[in-house]
Design a binder for this molecule. Structure first.
Ligand code: ATP
Ligand code: MG
Length: 561
């Protein structure tokens, strides 16, 4: 037998070996929202463990709360799991497929005197439940006879009672130190159209009652869930032990938390509903749909999930680490091109009018097989407005009056004059000269200048829209807000900057949706796959500066000392 990954033996349990080494996991999303990077961690873990151990992993929709669920979510979830690179083959299951079986299980509990129909309202139930320090009180309906409970439960199913008026509860122990064991609700009355069962049911099992039994029905061996469910484990075990059916082992791990990011579906839904983002696939969203549109590849996300690892202790991962994984991936894959986001016109006074040179540019210095391309050069160019300073501060080596700079793949140019708008004083054009002896790669031993900048030829460049993204939340922890305000107060008002009149080199004329490029010196950009505004739209996936790599380097240096 292959050695077990540590998480599968995280808890010594007599049950651990009863499956003869078989490993069968499941990924159990509730179809009430789109998947996010936290779910990716769970997907990689569940599918990854199964693959590693020669086992299987099911996709199971945990659809027991019809009021919040929708087929749109089911479809997006399937699409995202597939996109991440995992295959559940023919094992696509739904908790709702087991509603009849779960109902039968509930009847068994009633017949065994272990469940009763309770008429307490939600509020009364909370009063009876007690607190962490005080035991609860028995419900006045706890001692109903088996016959009465069976009759009432049947009438609950038949739709004779209003929503919320009655529940079926497990009869366990109202004095248990674990609140989950204080007669938990198994079924509630709820009239809602279910996306699969329609209006067949008006009672629905709770998560706790449905989950373990669904695991058991599917023959799951390891039911991996997040740490919040540790306190639910005794209940998970209790239901299965009482029923005496196949008993999977529940194992908990820490959920992913990321700085500057909200990873609760409730919050993400609120952002979508209040139109604070453009939708579930807004490139600022931590959803897989948003990340894909932003330029993340499945590989980058899988590498990230592998690096963060799985632990039993809650911790917060720096978003810089996720961005680092994306950069690493794109550095390898993305072709380099030149684009100017904030154009400033440059006229080369001594360059012949009408002349065009086709300069050779390398597509990817990391990957020679990506070849080269031609970039047109002419008398009138655009450079980045930021690359010129009329009064350069100390250490500024780019263009300024009287100074020289190299144009990438082209010549050294010198700024002669900055032409300004007489009213506003804004620089509108630079008059420059070029040194014809300095064409890139033309002669070795050429003179050098301190900076190289990117450019495009005005007559040849294409107009483009660039969307620059920043973190959605200003604070590392979105919930860190002063009293009296909520997490939305931490939304970053500058998380999206739209640049309508960027210019890109003509090579990008045929750029296709979803394609990725490095705009030299600016960042990695992905052709938007949803919007089209005439001009091509580029989403900035990530900037070039890598704070995580720097952090790692200094941490290593620290260790050495
Ligand atoms: P929320 O509470 O925000 O609705 P959830 O955990 O209830 O999220 P589910 O659709 O039930 O959402 O999640 C499916 C699976 O993904 C569960 O097994 C859950 O433990 C796991 N999961 C959800 N969020 C994270 C996260 N941030 N990190 C790791 N796993 C997660
Ligand atoms: Mg859940």
């Amino acid at each position: 037998m292959r050695p077990r990954p540590p998480i599968l033996s995280a808890r010594s349990s007599p049950k651990a070996d009863k499956n003869q080494g078989r490993v069968h996991t499941r990924f159990p999303p509730e179809p009430n929202g789109y998947l996010h990077i936290g779910h990716a961690k769970s997907i990689c873990l569940n599918f990854g463990l199964a693959a590693e151990c020669g086992g299987k992993c099911n996709l199971r929709f945990d659809d027991t709360n019809p009021s919040k669920e929708d087929v749109e979510y089911v479809e997006s979830i399937k699409n995202d799991v597939r996109w991440l690179g995992f295959d559940w083959q023919d094992r696509e299951f739904y908790a709702s497929d087991y509603f009849e079986q779960l109902y039968e299980f509930a009847i068994r509990f009633i017949k065994a005197g272990q469940a009763y129909v309770c008429d307490l309202t939600g509020e009364q139930m909370r009063e009876y439940r007690g607190t962490l320090t005080e035991p609860g009180k028995n419900s006045p309906f706890r001692d109903r006879s088996v016959a009465e409970n069976l009759a009432l439960f049947e009438r609950m199913r038949a739709g004779e009672f209003s929503d919320g008026s009655r529940t079926l509860r497990a009869k366990i122990d109202m004095a248990s130190p674990n609140i989950n064991m204080r007669d938990p609700v198994m079924y509630r009355v709820l009239r809602a159209q279910h996306h699969r069962t329609g209006d067949k049911w008006c009672i629905y099992p709770t998560y706790d009652f449905a989950h373990g039994q669904s695991d058991s029905i599917e023959g799951i061996t390891h039911s991996i869930c997040t740490l919040e469910f540790e306190d639910h484990r005794p209940l998970y075990d209790w239901y299965l032990d009482q029923l005496g059916i196949h008993h999977p082992q529940q194992i908990e791990f820490a959920r992913l938390k990321l700085t500057h990011t909200a990873l609760s579906k409730r919050k993400l839904l609120q952002l979508v509903q209040q139109k604070l983002v453009s939708g579930w696939d807004d490139p600022r969203m931590p959803t897989l749909a948003g990340m894909r549109r932003r330029g993340y590849s499945p590989e980058a996300i899988r590498v990230f999930c592998e690096r963060i690892g799985v632990a039993k202790r809650n911790s917060i991962v720096e978003i810089a680490m996720l961005e680092h994984c994306l950069r690493e991936d794109l550095n390898r894959r993305a072709g380099r091109v030149m684009a100017v986001l904030r154009p400033l016109k440059v006229v080369l006074e001594n360059y012949p009018e009408g002349q065009v040179e086709e300069l050779e540019a390398v597509n990817n210095p990391e990957d020679a097989s990506m070849g080269t391309r031609k970039v047109p050069f002419s008398r009138v160019l655009y450079i980045e407005r930021d690359d010129f300073r009329e009064e350069p501060p100390k250490g500024f080596f780019r263009l300024s009056p009287g100074k020289e700079v190299r144009l990438r793949y082209a010549y050294i140019i010198k700024c002669i004059e900055a032409v300004k708008d007489p009213d506003s004083g804004v620089v509108t054009e630079l008059r420059c000269t070029y040194d014809s002896e300095t064409r890139s790669g033309s002669s070795p031993g050429q003179r050098k200048v301190k900076a190289t900048i990117h450019w495009v030829s005005t007559a040849h460049a294409l107009g483009a829209e660039a969307r620059l993204y920043d973190h959605l939340f200003i604070k590392e922890d979105p919930d860190d807000v002063p009293e009296g305000t909520d997490w939305l107060a931490n939304l970053n008002p500058n998380s999206l900057e739209v640049i309508k009149d960027a210019r890109v080199e003509p090579f990008l004329k045929n750029a296709r949706k979803g394609e990725l490029y490095q705009f030299e010196r600016l960042g990695y950009f992905c052709v938007d796959s949803v919007d089209s505004a005439g001009a091509v739209i580029f989403n900035r996936a990530v900037t070039l500066r890598d704070t995580w790599a720097k952090f790692e380097k200094s941490a290593k240096a620290e260790k050495k000392r």
